[in-house]
Design a protein around this ligand. Sequence first.
Ligand code: HAM
Length: 505
Amino acid sequence: MPVHASLLILKPSLATTFLRSSLSSALVPFPLIRLRPFPNPRNLSFLSSAASSPTHSLVSSSGDNVGGGRSGAISPPPIEDSVQKIDVNPPRGTRDFPPEDMRLRNWLFNHFREVSRSFGFEEVDFPVLESEALFIRKAGEEIRDQLYCFEDRGNRRVALRPELTPSLARLVIQKGKSVSLPLKWFAVGQCWRYERMTRGRRREHYQWNMDIIGVPEVMAEAELISSIVTFFKRVGITASDVGFKVSSRKVLQEVLRCYSIPENLFGKVCVIIDKMEKIPIDEITKELKSLGMSEEAIKDLLQVLSIKSLTKLEEILGAAGEAVADLKQLFSLAEKFGYSEWIQFDASVVRGLAYYTGIVFEGFDREGKLRAICGGGRYDHLLSTFGGDDVPACGFGFGDAVIIELLKEKGLLPELSLQVENIVCALDHYLQGAAAAVATRLREKGQSVDLVLESKPLKWVFKRAARTNAQRLILVGNSEWQRGMVSVKILSSGEQYEIKLDELE
Ligand code: HAM
């Protein structure tokens, strides 16, 4: 093909530059810009539509038609001719993640993932959109009122997941006997709650979850708390910054049993008690009374909930009950795991979700400035509420928002900057293909490369290298390239040398 015919597909200015440089360097060994022949218009029925859309490239690198689309494809919506100014902010309570925030998010999620894997957990995920029924429980939980729910185009009630646990239970039931227990699963996923916005509470947040399915022993809860402690230590948070308040819902259960409160009210009582720090005690008493609890039962319940010592709890409930036995075992295991200083007994912790049945825990900042950092517990009966067989299970959820606030408070946020290993630049426009070949070679060797995609003055390239924190600048110039070489500059030391392309690593 006559090369110059192909220049018709370049902008006129570029075509002239190319002509000039290709004439001045007639001896260049590698004709690196491979241009394809301008297609014969008679063969290209799509040209007529592409012609009206100047942003479409006419021919893809493989020579396929990219602009024309399939025949019978849905036509794009008509373009409004009036300009509609949009609000450039994301919806209230949600976030964009520009590169600097995305780097922080990735840093955090990498810690979540690495800790989970170091404990032998496998990653799972579920759809963000689930059937609404999955999240509707009768206990009057706050989470239900915060549901983002709607009817889809097929008249199905759906919801954006406010948490991951019901989806996990659904998947465990679906997998049935095809999976062998115990399952150790973790997930990092976005959750949606129409929440009143406070520090660390948003309408959209990411949650790191770790769950153990199939282990009835307290060892499972002890392992989960150990994984969170491992995470905290990795990011520089100590036991004097945060702690875990631990209790068991069986404490409540034992008190309720003494007063013959029906089992089916258990979840509702827990949800009311969970609001104790948020609403006045009179309100709590009123709500408990409305469930049919006597004044005496309420008084005793509130008294037990104020206990902060396991010895005291044992004095009141006796040593024979499961609540005390489980908790004693957890504290003894904490010693063996080596995180005793992180945990404390607090009977008022019940958690706000109806499905917990045994040990519950929440991570809190010792300065008391923030909301719960994480929370979890045992939920041995959740699967049967969805029609599956009961399988013992426990887990936790750990949000991304409060921990970032805490890291900020403690000055522990990492400095994360964009970092590429190489910046590669052609010194002449006609050498851009050569620069592309150099970039490809390095990328195949596992190196990251920021390839300069336009003709730019060297001053610009150095500025860019500083912004991207590039370690090496690789310049592809005419005389070196003719000898099969490139120039390398180590940007930290200023050291400069030429190297054969074959030897560039
Ligand atoms: P949760 O206590 O509702 O539990 O939430 C767990 C964590 O998610 C909270 O401690 C907090 O870090 C974060 N979180 C919750 N809501 C928000 C919000 N609106 N904005 C920012 N962060 C938030 C659960 O969701 C359970 N499903 C956890 C679990 C897993 N239990 C067993 N397995």
